[in-house]
Design a protein around this ligand. Structure first.
Ligand code: GDP
Length: 223
């Protein structure tokens, strides 16, 4: 027997999946702040080290094979990529440029920092950020810097572990514990750490529901 709470959760997850597997359109890539789209819709942004599994997670959340393809097109990896969700548009997903390229020249890193910091500080419609962390590596200094930037910009964020299928269960438990412990110390972070695998579908349904709630508010199903 399912409790009322479980039924409600399943209903929300189903509705979230329906919305995210419905119409989604790549809107534009913004290499600089002046190219941002009008701030007309709520936004939820995704960031993480390069290769963390950001494209795969965006694809899994939206039930597509290549929604985030635009972001891997050469030259677009240092831009903010915007996607309209719903037709008419209800909110936007923002694929932020990955950080931590081993060989990125300082000029590129500076440009990235400026773009991201300005976007985070100035964007009133940015409702939430998702900071993706590789389950195999846990938090690294660049992730901590990103979290600090989000704290300073007062943008609330969720920490999401990716590629959970790649580590042993006991190692995963330890990493979740360590990451959660550190996350709690960050003022703008949600205390709950999400565990996902795009490959195996772990944690995807509940993250979909969380993302939509972040964008549209907890009563989005009633509205
Ligand atoms: P991005 O650079 O952050 O966009 O990362 P990608 O989504 O391109 O993923 C980087 C690599 O990790 C690719 O080879 C993916 O196939 C792999 N990957 C991504 N997510 C998962 C996952 O959940 N499980 C496993 N096993 N591999 C994954």
């Amino acid at each position: 027997m399912r409790t009322d709470e479980e039924k409600e959760r399943l209903m929300r997850e189903r509705a979230a999946s329906k919305l995210l597997s419905g119409p989604i359109k790549f809107l534009l890539s913004a290499p600089q702040l002046k190219f941002l789209p009008d701030a007309k819709f709520p936004e939820v942004a995704f960031c993480g080290r390069s290769n963390v599994g950001k494209s795969s997670l965006l694809n899994a959340l939206t039930g597509r094979k290549a929604i985030a393809r635009a972001s891997v097109t050469p030259g677009r990896t240092q831009e903010l990529n915007f996607f309209d969700v719903g037709d008419p548009t209800r909110f936007r997903l923002v694929d932020m440029p990955g950080y931590g390229y081993a060989k990125a020249p300082p000029k590129v890193v500076d440009k990235w920092k400026r773009l991201v910091r300005d976007y985070l500080r100035g964007r009133k419609v940015l409702h939430r950020n998702l900071v993706l962390i590789d389950s195999r590596h846990g938090l690294k200094d660049l992730d901590r810097q990103m979290m600090k930037m989000l704290d300073e910009a007062a943008v609330g964020y969720r920490v999401v572990l990716t590629k959970a299928d790649k580590v042993k269960e006991s190692d995963l438990e330890f990493t979740v514990m360590k990451v959660a412990e550190e996350t709690k110390k960050h003022v703008a972070a949600f205390p709950q750490v999400h565990v996902t695998s795009s490959e195996k579908g772990i944690g995807i349904a509940s993250l979909r529901a969380a993302v939509i709630e972040d964008a549209l508010g907890s009563d989005w199903l009633e509205s």
